[in-house]
Design a protein around this ligand. Structure first.
Ligand code: ADP
Length: 621
């Protein structure tokens, strides 16, 4: 998904969230603001009503007090003493001045003004008939009357407070005090919000905003208007509507209203147009209603600023949430990576453990195998030793005929010599007897030599390596083969100049190899008229070399291929086992040397034996 599209849902969500929080905050702030405004308004309403009542109360008792004036009562009496009129007029004038009221006057029961504070003025009430005025009628009916109205004479709006005056027997007339509205409004000079008093007709009669006076809060029908004409209540004032419109009822006499900005801008300390919270209550003792208007501008401002703050806070929270989410994801990734790493580590450790176990198994197997190999080698070596010994005994067997023949001759000679010796002794021929005995001793020595050599050869060798002069080994071997060589008339050519090379090996086994090689050579030349055996010893590099060459038929193809294989033989059954060369090669191999067989260019086979030179001897040389 393209990056732009990926962020689209988040962006939409953000916008929705911001709008929602803005709206909610605005609503709440408005509600709180309104509630607060309502409390303040209610407070003001009570305060303004109380001060207004106090102001009216100040004058309420004034008309009644006129009944205490005897002159007034006398003037009104059935035989009205008209001479008292100037006196009462002056009294009323003075009282009016002192009380600060607009006018004070007394009316007789017919409605005619008999005395008035304004008696001096041309437009004085004196003589006027005010029987049509509601306050008069009201007072005549109930004892007191109150009325708001515009004066018929001077067109001055005022509050009329009327009270009947009577003696012990009858009602004599009505005393009236007219209080200016300004006087009542005095109590409102310090109000903080626009307030107004509307009469029973919905006409504003008192207001902290001058321009609102004589405006109507509700439309007037024709009948009402004509009634006004009759009572001259508003003295033909225009009575234009204020232009107040109710928006919403809020309960507890509170309403949301708006005042249109139709009228020309006027100087006022309060806002006079816009939305207001209007709270009203009736004024006790009057049919009037006091209304306090609290402008909503401030609440609106606060609500708007709270909404703005809420939007900013929501945006911040959203950003924090995004960051937290990002961080959580990052942490999750890290945890996953760590877990993967741990798993890989565990897996590796498991593998290493398995491999180690395999290795130790393999190691164990290897050790077992080595031990097995060593055991096998020992067994092999034992078998080889046995084989060597067997081979040696076989050689002895082959040699035995010759040796027996060799021993027979001296034995026969001994017999003859000893027989002759006795005869010579009987004859007293001491000299001949001594010579015979010497000969016997020589023969015995020779026989001892032969049997000694045989015994030496036959004994089981120690396997210990030692310096062996090749010439000596050759001598010993030839000594053992001596009877056969002589029997076959073999010519032995020795090319072994003294002192000759010294090899490091087991002499007994070297002799066994030489006897084998020479024996094979003699076998190969069997039946030849002049067999010739060539033996050589030399030094080749760091090896002592022995060569045995015969002049027989040489080695054929098959023999060259299988010469050193056990049981390879071309000899007749009983004549050979085919083990001689195999054993010899094994012995030479043990010495650290080599044995090879080949055909000599001039005919016959030649076997070459290379054995390591003895260093000591070599050094000595
Ligand atoms: P064996 O003598 O019992 O046959 P060897 O291992 O000594 O066993 O010899 C194996 C064979 O090698 C002989 O049978 C023979 O065929 C051949 N051989 C050994 N030496 C010679 C030699 N000098 N000339 C010809 N053939 C030989």
């Amino acid at each position: 998904m393209p990056r732009r599209l990926r962020f689209l849902p988040i962006l939409t969500l953000l916008v929705a969230l911001l709008a929602l929080s803005g709206v909610v905050a605005h609503r709440l702030a408005l509600q709180f603001g309104l509630a607060e405004l309502q409390t303040t308004g209610l407070h003001r309403l009570e305060l303004y009503a109380a001060s207004l009542e106090r102001e009216i109360g100040k004058y309420a008792f004034l008309p009644g007090t006129l009944g205490l004036e005897r002159d007034v009562l006398a003037l009104l009496g059935p035989q009205g003493d008209h001479q008292l009129a100037p006196q009462v007029n002056t009294y009323l004038e003075q009282l009016n001045e002192r009380a600060g009221t607009l006018a004070i006057y007394v009316i007789d029961t017919t409605g005619r003004v008999v005395a008035a504070s304004n008696w001096r003025r041309a437009d004085s009430f004196v003589g006027e008939n005010l029987a049509f005025r509601p306050y008069f009628r009201e007072a005549m009916e109930s004892g007191s009357g109150r009325f708001f109205g515009v004066g018929t004479t001077r067109g001055e709006p005022g509050y009329y407070l009327a009270s009947t005056l009577s003696d012990e027997r009858q009602t004599l007339g009505v005393a009236v005090i007219k209080v200016s509205l300004e006087q009542l409004e005095k109590s409102w000079t310090t109000v903080e919000a626009p307030a107004m008093v509307s009469d029973e007709n919905g006409v504003v009669i008192l207001g902290s905003v001058a321009d609102w006076k004589f405006t109507t809060l509700r439309p007037l029908d024709e009948a009402t208007r004509s009634a006004f004409d009759q009572t001259q209540q508003y003295n033909r004032r225009a009575l234009t509507p204020l232009g107040i419109k109710e928006l919403r009822e809020l309960g507890h006499g509170a309403r949301l209203v708006s005042i249109a900005k139709e009228r020309p801008e006027m100087a006022s300390v309060y806002p006079v147009a816009g939305r207001f919270l209007a709270q009203s209550r009736p004024l006790p003792g009057t049919p009037w209603t006091l209304t306090v208007l609290s402008h909503l501008e401030q609440v609106d401002d606060i609500a708007q600023s709270r909404a703005a703050v809420a939007v900013v806070v929501a945006a911040l929270l959203f950003m924090f949430a995004l960051m937290a989410n990002e961080r959580r994801r990052h942490l999750k990734d890290r945890l996953a990576a760590r877990e993967a790493l741990q798993q890989a580590h565990d897996e590796l450790e498991r593998k290493v453990d398995a491999r180690t176990a395999d290795l130790s198994n393999a190691n164990q197997q290897l050790q077992d195998e080595v031990a097995e190999r060593i055991r096998a080698e020992r067994t092999l070596r034992a078998a080889q030793d046995e084989l060597v010994q067997a081979g040696k005994l076989a050689v002895i067997g082959q040699l035995s005929t010759g040796i027996a023949h060799e021993l027979n001759q001296p034995l026969a000679a001994l017999r003859t010599l000893s027989g002759n010796g006795m005869r010579f002794l009987e004859r007293g021929d001491i000299e001949t007897t001594r010579a015979n005995l010497q000969r016997i001793a020589q023969l015995v020595d020779r026989m001892g030599l032969i049997t000694g050599q045989l015994r030496t050869f036959a004994r089981k060798s120690s396997g210990q390596r030692q310096p062996v002069p090749l010439a000596q080994a050759l001598d010993n071997s030839l000594a053992l083969l001596e009877p056969r060589l002589r029997q076959n008339n073999v010519e032995v050519r020795r090319d072994c100049p003294a002192p000759g090379p010294v090899a490091l090996c087991d002499p007994n086994r070297l002799e066994q190899v030489l006897i084998n090689l020479i024996g094979n050579a003699l076998d190969a030349m069997e039946g030849q008229p002049a067999p010739c055996l060539e033996l050589g010893c030399a030094v080749a590099g760091d090896q002592a070399r022995l060569t045995v060459r015969d002049h027989g038929p040489g080695l054929d193809e098959a023999a060259l291929g299988h010469l050193f294989e056990p049981f390879f033989t071309t000899k007749q059954a009983g004549a050979g086992l085919g083990l001689g060369l195999a054993i010899s090669a094994g012995i030479v191999g043990d010495f650290g040397g080599t044995l090879s067989g080949a055909n000599h260019p001039d005919g016959g086979a030649v076997f070459t034996l290379d054995i390591p030179l003895c260093d000591e001897v070599a050094d000595h040389e």
